[in-house]
Design a binder for this molecule. Structure first.
Ligand SMILES: *[C@@H]1O[C@H](CO)[C@@H](O)[C@H](O)[C@H]1NC(C)=O
Ligand SMILES: *[C@@H]1O[C@H](CO)[C@@H](O)[C@H](O)[C@H]1NC(C)=O
Length: 369
């Protein structure tokens, strides 16, 4: 007598076929390739290669990796680039371009899996970060590096396939905070411009580099705006623990200008799609009610020195303080979020609603159109 199981063979077979067909039909539902640009919020080791003061390849950074390891991320563990990549099912961010470039064999082997170009301390303007941090890879140079990667991809896949590949990839950009910090510090004498004028210069520069990426074949842009920079411990520790409102106002103005910029780009450039994350709104919401996000400490950094741990970096060799309850802190060090805060941000960017991410979230940008 035929067994129950064998009776079901056609059914099982059909089911397998059906799943296969669904996977084909939803072929776009695989993780998109990520090309990542910006500053220390996204840097996963670029600056390890530079003669820069904006570095994090020493303890206690990376203390929550297993085993603890300082990779160059400004975080106790994964940073926001990693956490976004993880939302898409990756283990972490793709590796830094400067790591891949050192070994052309591994470059060839890995570039189709994405590349991270972000560099701590960098900004939209070429000179941003330079006087404070020394060598950084500014945004324009990151775009040039992508151009070379794009050339490599074309060589590997042929022109038409490469264009298709790049058009489906997600271009994540988190930049702008350092341009604002530089202005506030009057680095490179930027203060001779009024704030509005300076913002206009920054945005014009942003426009031309995003457009350049489009010309290189990019179509899907995930842009992260500037958070409440006036509230980070490096700034508030100089202001009696209070946020510095003019800096926050600048961040809001930056967001609004970026929104207008992206609307302009999508009206000018065929097939240009974007998702704009409002980090300012996300952080403000969190600051109003930390406990509803599981956080307790939003003023002082977990790791650092001086008032609010905001008067120097998280450098174990310089006797930095270190908290134990890292999952209760918004700030890891004087400028950067903890791994858990980065996770909260990434989740919102990935699947949040229009209050925080517009006109679509990253998941919709990647999969739905
Ligand atoms: C990638 O492109 C750069 C710039 O054109 C070139 O120097 C390099 O040799 C290429 N690498 C590979 C593996 O094709
Ligand atoms: C800003 O920097 C420039 C050039 O270094 C200097 O001439 C100017 O006085 C500074 N302005 C302020 C307000 O500090």
């Amino acid at each position: 007598m035929a067994s129950f199981a064998s009776n079901n063979y056609p059914l099982v077979f059909f089911f397998v076929l059906f799943s296969l067909a669904m996977r084909l039909a939803h072929g776009t539902n695989y993780a998109p390739t990520l090309f990542i640009f910006g500053d220390s919020t996204f840097d996963v080791g670029t600056n390890n290669f530079l003669n820069s003061k904006a570095k994090a390849n020493f303890p206690y950074n990376g203390i929550d990796f297993y085993p603890p390891f300082p990779t160059g991320r400004f975080s106790n563990g994964f940073n926001t680039a990693d956490q976004i990549a993880r939302q898409f099912g990756y283990k972490q961010s793709p590796p830094p371009f400067l790591t891949l470039e050192k070994d052309q064999y591994s470059l060839k082997k890995n570039i189709l899996k994405g590349v991270n170009f972000a560099s701590g301390g960098s900004g939209i303007l070429r000179e941003t970060g330079h006087s404070e941090w020394g060598e950084v890879v500014f945004f324009e140079r990151q775009v040039e590096q992508f151009a070379s990667v794009g050339g490599n991809i074309s060589e590997m896949l042929g022109h038409a396939q490469a264009a298709k590949f790049v058009s489906k990839a997600l271009f994540l950009i988190s930049v702008g905070s350092n341009d604002i910090f530089d202005y506030a510090r009057n680095d490179s004498g930027s203060i001779h411009l009024g704030a509005e004028e300076y913002l206009a210069v920054v945005q014009l520069t942003y426009y031309s580099h995003i457009k350049k990426l489009y010309e290189l074949g990019a179509r899907k842009f995930g842009i992260i705006s500037v958070a409440t920079v006036g509230c980070c411990p490096a700034v508030s520790s100089l202001n009696g623990g209070k946020c510095v409102e003019p800096l926050n106002d600048f961040a809001v103005a930056f967001y609004l200008a970026t929104q207008a910029l992206l609307q302009k780009l999508s009206s000018e450039l065929k097939g240009f799609k974007y998702s704009l994350g409002n980090s300012f709104e996300m952080t403000s919401t969190l600051l109003k009610s930390p406990s509803s996000f599981g956080l307790k400490y939003t003023q002082s950094a977990c790791c650092g020195i001086g008032y609010l741990n905001g008067q120097g970096g998280c450098i174990k060799a310089q006797n930095a303080n270190l908290c134990t309850n890292r999952n209760e802190f918004l700030f890891w060090d004087w400028f950067h979020p903890t791994e858990i805060a980065s996770l909260l941000a990434a989740k919102t960017l990935f699947e949040g609603d229009k209050e925080f991410v517009t006109p679509v979230n990253l998941r919709q940008l990647a999969y739905s159109y």
